[in-house]
Ligand binder design. Structure first.
Ligand code: PLP
Length: 385
């Protein structure tokens, strides 16, 4: 079996499995906010985990807020920043057109509250048009409440110029939310160096337990709680902490840091795989091919052969891929991300996303190459559209 949907959700990493089994056997279990000995022990373990997460992500310990994942983090930042920005004359929200729906739907929510949503165009290689963003930052000076642009795209894996965006937003005194969900755990990330105001991620994308996540905030005091509760997470997120889950975040991030070399090997194998499949099928298109991409994502299309047909063929060889992001999996249409890149329906309807990661043996690419060759040979003769 080859699991090739890491961008959807990664398998629990081996180090996390080992840690968690022992942790469940050994305990202790208690409320980290209780002041008895067991509570204190649990709190200490959770705070150690926060320190490890801070260190591996280049953040200060106090800048790490534990939560349920990227969707929650994104929503909290939008609500915190946009609840009052309009009163100060800042009524514009800027995103790109390739953001995850967790960002786009927050922006739409605030359009209903009187904000203007401006969408930065995307170039055909999958990178956002930085010049347009720079122009808008000048043109709408003093009126922009928030810029929300991702670090790496979930479909194409294309890395965005987020460090430069952070620097121009800082110069223009505009808060910058960077959706780092697909970047953290695949590439080295340094929160303080990049000067981002807010970054988010989900544990299940890099081998920790699902339902866990991190919101990094340059100035946590500016955040309002989404869940008010009893003042946990320094009043930023109420409710008893999922301390077992948060411990797995630290183990997974630490494991990624120690095994970062493997990602370089995966990148080399991915490039070999892409070169070979294009040699065998010159009509094949790899989306975002010419842009910098995370090490282990290939978004590939055989125009005229439906992506879902390819997915089913690969699944019959026990290879699990998706046709686009998981939430729109059953939509046989060109994805919004590809539309933003100006990709034709002929190419857009043919895509499958192959995304590997930390647990994937390097030989996975050899097996995928053979199975994909068989699928394209079979389906290319009949063409689905
Ligand atoms: N942002 C990006 C880029 C994603 O890929 C995802 C999930 O696919 C999310 C945000 C939302 O993550 P979650 O569903 O874990 O909250």
């Amino acid at each position: 079996m080859i699991y090739a949907d890491y961008n959807g959700s990664a398998p629990i990493c081996e180090d996390v499995k080992e840690y968690f089994i022992k942790r469940l056997q050994d305990g202790p279990f208690a409320n980290p906010n209780s002041i008895h000995r067991l509570g204190t022990k649990v709190l200490t373990a959770m705070e150690n985990s926060r320190a490890i997460c801070a260190k591996t992500l280049g953040a200060k310990y106090t800048q790490v807020i534990f939560n349920s994942g990227a969707t929650e983090g994104i929503t909290q930042v939008f609500h915190s920043v946009l609840d009052s920005a309009k009163d100060d004359g800042q009524n514009i929200v800027i995103t790109s057109g390739i953001e995850h729906s967790a960002v786009i739907n927050c922006a739409k929510f605030y359009v209903n509250k009187g904000y203007t949503h401006k969408v930065v165009p995307t170039l055909s290689n999958g990178v956002i048009d930085l010049d347009q963003l720079k122009e808008w930052l000048k043109e709408f000076k003093g009126r922009i409440a928030l810029v929300a642009i991702m670090a790496a795209n979930n479909e194409t894996g294309v890395i965005q110029p987020f460090e430069e965006i952070a620097s121009i937003c800082t110069k223009n005194e505009v808060p910058f939310l960077c959706d780092t969900t697909q970047f953290i755990g695949k590439c080295h990330f340094d929160f303080q160096k990049t000067n981002i105001d807010y970054a988010v991620t989900s544990g299940h994308k890099f081998g920790a337990l699902t339902g866990t996540g991190i919101l990094l905030a340059k100035h946590p005091g500016k955040l309002h709680p989404l869940v008010i509760g009893g003042g946990q997470e320094k009043g930023i997120r109420g409710g008893t902490q999922n301390y077992l889950g948060y411990e797995t975040l630290a183990v997974a991030l630490d494991s990624f840091t120690k095994n970062a070399g493997k990602y370089e090997d995966l990148k080399v194998k991915r490039l070999e795989f892409e070169k070979e499949i294009k040699k065998r099928f010159p009509q094949v298109v790899i989306l975002g091919e010419d842009a910098p991409r995370v090490c282990s994502t290939t978004y590939i299309s055989y125009p005229g052969v439906h992506g879902q047909a390819v997915q089913i063929e690969l699944e019959s060889s026990d290879i699990f891929v998706t046709t686009s992001s998981a939430c729109s999996d059953n939509e046989p249409v060109t994805s919004k991300v590809l539309k933003a890149m100006g990709v034709s329906d002929e190419v857009g309807r043919g895509v499958v996303r192959i995304s590997l990661g930390h647990c994937s043996p390097l030989e996975s690419y050899d097996k995928i190459l053979e199975a994909l060759t068989n699928a394209y040979e079979k389906l290319g003769k009949i063409k689905s559209y």
